[in-house]
Design a binder for this molecule. Structure first.
Ligand code: FAD
Length: 440
């Protein structure tokens, strides 16, 4: 079996290393942080993994948190500009999702893989170091995320869709919320005000407090929720979040009001420009390295796919590398990536598709899903396997066929829409106080 240098002990790096160690490879992991550094680090992204990816991590023995709450359902509210809920979709996930603090995962993962025989080398790897490593290993794989070494990998314009970030991001981990005010938060909650904000409230296992919620806020640049730009601390960010929720998503106010940040460092703000890069970089010496994870495929986190995608890529490549007899030439590696992309591109199409405004056909699916759990369940399966949404969620003719096969015709959709309209009207007539729990 081969020798491999894996740069980065993050999601892709740890999964790839665990799989190749299991296959008998000699694995060296180059990490810019020690296991202790990870624990002392700033908060990292929510990185909720969906079913198949959770199972694969468990299969590799990388699941160290049996006590962490799984997410077994998602409840989605679609809000109107006036703060009313136009419709709700509530359905189980086919397999449970799991969001564990990456500081814990990466710290434990690094220690565990060292105990299984990986060589761990601490220090930030530079582009020059890669040449030396490429000379002494059968393959070097760069899994250093989207902030480092990405310049090595050329942007692939044929696979890129955006030239500007589409959302501004804010994330914060909280505890001390009022679960009784909104029991739906025992599971995942998504709150969307189309064109303004998408908010994801994810059951989260935080390094410091354990059971918590990680909230990812995606705002339309310049829109009514785009207020996090000046935030400089977790407390400030949470105050802004509470104000945004009071104004735009008032059903969530009572739940959020007593919440506190899980720590001063468990928050993030920024924006991401989605990009797909060529997977193989040729170094000045003529040697080459392979890139995986965010280093080559970076999506906006709107669809919660980055860590899932990193896991899927690592899994695919671990199988391909372990099953290959010859040298890992650039053309062989690029060919494997192209094969991976045949399926992997659906993750990008899903992420980019959600960044666009909902089409009429997609609205019909949402309305149908608010009435039919089987349709909602199929929709949620897209987070686990984005290919399962194609073509029916992204092609109007396929949507009609999908709904017709489930015995939902134009008349049913009209009836559902009238129901949504009547619900909104009733909501207006008996408007509840902001954040209150009064019944109409
Ligand atoms: C706000 C937010 C929320 C998100 N939520 C989700 C979600 O719910 N679900 C989901 O699937 N994805 C989510 N993501 C995306 C997800 O976190 C990333 O896509 C995923 O972690 C990428 O994995 P990776 O292995 O490519 O990189 P990383 O996990 O970032 O790992 C890279 C590792 O390399 C190390 N490193 C960097 N440079 C060097 C160097 N030069 N030498 C050595 N080591 C180095 C870093 O320390 C790091 O440990 C979210 C992202 C954001 C911003």
């Amino acid at each position: 079996m081969g020798t491999i240098a894996v740069i980065g002990a993050g999601q892709a790096g740890l999964v790839l290393s665990a799989a190749l160690l299991r296959a008998g490879w000699r694995v060296s992991i180059y990490s810019d942080r020690t296991a202790e550094d990870y624990l002392a680090d700033r908060g990292r992204p929510t990185a909720c993994l969906f079913g198949d990816q959770v199972e694969y991590e468990a299969e590799l023995g990388l699941d160290f948190w049996p006590e962490a709450s799984r997410m077994r359902r998602i409840h989605l509210d679609l809000f109107t500009d006036g703060g009313a809920v136009a419709l709700s979709i509530d359905a189980p996930l086919r397999k449970a999702a799991l969001a564990v603090d990456q500081r814990l995962k990466f710290s434990f993962g690094l220690t565990e893989l060292e105990s299984r025989g990986a060589t761990v080398v601490i220090g930030a790897v530079s582009a020059e170091d890669l040449d030396r490593l490429a000379a002494t290993h059968d393959l070097v794989v760069v899994t250093s995320g989207h902030k480092s070494l990405t310049g090595l990998f050329e942007r692939d314009p044929t696979r890129c869709v955006h030239s500007e970030p589409q959302r501004r991001l804010f994330m914060i981990n909280i505890h001390g919320y009022d679960m009784a005010a909104r029991p739906q938060h025992r599971e995942g909650v998504f709150s969307f005000l189309p064109g303004t904000v998408e908010m994801f409230w994810i059951p989260f296992h935080d390094k410091d407090v354990g059971e918590s919620r990680s909230i990812v806020v995606e705002t339309a640049p310049g829109g009514r929720a785009d207020r996090f730009g000046d935030v400089t601390s977790a407390d400030e960010g949470l105050d802004v979040l509470k104000a945004v929720v009071d104004d735009l998503l008032p059903h969530e106010s009572a739940f959020l009001r007593p919440a506190r940040p899980t720590s001063p460092v468990t928050w993030i703000k920024g924006e991401i420009l989605p990009v797909v890069r060529k997977p193989v970089a040729v170094l000045p010496s003529g040697r080459h390295v392979l890139g995986l994870g965010d280093a080559v495929v970076l999506n906006d986190p709107l669809a919660g796919q980055g860590a899932n995608n990193a896991t899927r890529m690592a899994r695919f490549f671990a199988d391909e590398l372990a099953g290959h007899d010859g040298p890992f030439t650039p053309s062989w590696l690029t060919g494997r990536f192209d094969q991976w992309w045949e399926h992997g591109r659906y993750t990008n199409d899903f992420s980019n598709g959600l960044l666009a405004p909902l089409t009429g056909a997609q609205k019909n699916v949402m309305i149908a899903a608010s009435r039919r759990e089987d349709i909602a369940e199929q929709l949620w399966e897209g987070f686990n396997d984005p290919s399962s949404l194609f073509p029916w969620f992204f092609d109007a003719a396929a949507t009609r066929e999908f709904l017709a096969r489930r015995k939902i015709g134009q008349l049913d959709l009209l009836r559902y829409k009238l129901g949504v309209g009547a619900g909104l009207l009733a909501g207006k007539l008996f408007k509840r106080p902001v954040g209150g729990t009064a019944t109409p």
